[in-house]
Design a protein around this ligand. Structure first.
Ligand SMILES: *[C@@H]1O[C@H](CO)[C@@H](O)[C@H](O)[C@H]1NC(C)=O
Ligand SMILES: *[C@@H]1O[C@H](CO)[C@@H](O)[C@H](O)[C@H]1NC(C)=O
Ligand SMILES: *[C@@H]1O[C@H](CO)[C@@H](O)[C@H](O)[C@H]1NC(C)=O
Ligand SMILES: *[C@@H]1O[C@H](CO)[C@@H](O)[C@H](O)[C@H]1NC(C)=O
Length: 351
């Protein structure tokens, strides 16, 4: 009996964030590691790991999609959502707005990737929704957007993105093992996962195709389509900008705004409980890598401006040679022929 008890205790002690790591040097939240760690547990997560290997592959793709979009959204900021292990690991162990964004976009990426695979027919357990889609709460099938001749007939048809399956699997894989916890960090994590998923669910679009003689569009068939993942990233970035700080409520299993004068964050909002570092200098504890050596833009007043990016430490200017196409000529018909020219460009990098 004894060894079993000890093993159970070790499982309970395992920190909650570490399992999201890491394949080789590219640090991402690695679903295969999650599966390895949770193989012997009960519940939906282990079931997915044991017998839905196709799904786990899509989840992995979704995590990568989220990480790539995160790096895009933050490319011109001090914290650039780098997947370098020593940084991202710390970011995920904290509870700042950056943590919230990473959790939200990861959950969105997983939902997106699974849903896309369903539509493409590459998963056994799901397909797109054929025919009349079932109503979505708050998003019942509505009239498709009008065209020039909006009086024309339309009908549901084609292959709608089956976002419900993606949402469900994303919840099962990412949330189920946290359901029994009610510490503030876990509540915030689950909230932000959901905010990420809602950025897809609440922004489904209707797409239509015309039928009829020579493009006359006498009949249109329409279906639901997910927004592009870039749009999802843009929306979540807005939520990051307006993220709400929360504290634990007295009842111990919910959160509330830090100050009573602030309105309670909505389901779509990203929330956090810890202030972010300024990310100016390297700091092992916070996961900040600092901005020394980062390129900045002297003519920008935004986050990539040299003042902001370099935290007023100043910058060095270097001249780099680049090649570009030049003296292009249009040749009849139909080619464009260019020479390659060397051009010099000044770039600024933070001290
Ligand atoms: C996965 O396991 C469940 C229950 O053990 C079973 O019902 C289901 O058919 C399995 N799915 C696959 C794809 O093997
Ligand atoms: C992101 O920031 C890190 C640390 O400052 C830097 O090493 C890396 O090159 C940056 N990535 C991009 C794409 O700018
Ligand atoms: C620098 O910032 C200016 C002003 O925002 C912008 O027009 C320009 O394209 C930026 N340059 C680079 C290299 O990003
Ligand atoms: C850049 O171009 C100049 C000539 O325009 C050349 O002398 C120099 O060696 C080049 N530098 C590099 C690093 O290629």
């Amino acid at each position: 009996m004894r060894p079993v008890v000890i093993a159970a205790c070790l499982l309970l002690l395992a920190p909650i964030t570490d399992s999201w790591w890491a394949s080789g040097s590219a640090v991402i939240l690695d679903p295969r590691m999650v599966c390895k760690k949770n193989r012997r547990t009960r519940g939906r997560l282990a079931q997915i790991c044991r017998n839905e290997t196709g799904l786990v592959k899509e989840i992995t793709k979704g995590v990568t999609l989220g990480a790539t979009e995160c790096a895009h959204q933050f490319r011109s900021r001090r914290w650039n959502c780098t997947t370098q292990r020593r940084s991202m690991r710390k970011i995920l162990m904290r509870d700042t707005r950056e943590t919230g964004f990473v959790n939200a976009i990861t959950a969105a990426g997983v939902t997106f990737s699974i849903t896309r695979a369903c539509t493409a027919g590459s998963l056994l357990e799901c397909s797109c929704e054929k025919g009349i889609p079932k109503p979505r709460r708050g998003h019942d099938p509505v009239d498709p957007p009008p065209t020039q001749e909006s009086k024309n007939k339309w009908q549901w048809g084609g292959c709608s993105d089956n976002v419900r399956f993606g949402l469900k699997k994303s919840r099962e894989f990412m949330d189920s093992r946290y359901r029994k916890r009610s510490d503030i960090k876990t509540l915030i994590k689950l909230h932000n996962h959901n905010a990420g998923r809602l950025a897809i669910k609440n922004n489904m679009k209707i797409e239509c195709k015309c039928h009829g003689l020579s493009g006359s569009c006498t009949l249109r068939t329409c279906w639901w389509r997910m927004p592009t993942f870039r749009e999802v990233g843009d929306r979540l970035r807005d939520r990051f900008e307006g993220a709400a700080k929360v504290i634990a409520s007295n009842d111990g299993d919910s959160f509330m705004p830090e100050s009573p004068s602030i309105k309670k964050p909505g389901k779509k909002d990203i929330i956090y409980s810890e202030e972010s570092p300024d990310f100016c200098a390297p700091n092992l504890k916070t996961g900040s890598l600092g901005t020394q050596g980062r390129q900045c833009n002297i003519s920008s007043a935004g986050t990539d401006g040299c003042d902001q990016m370099c935290c007023r430490r100043g910058y060095v200017e270097t001249t780099i040679n680049e090649t570009e196409n030049c003296n292009c000529q249009f040749k009849w018909c139909c080619e464009v022929i260019c020479e390659t020219c060397n051009v010099k460009r000044n770039i600024q990098t933070c001290l």
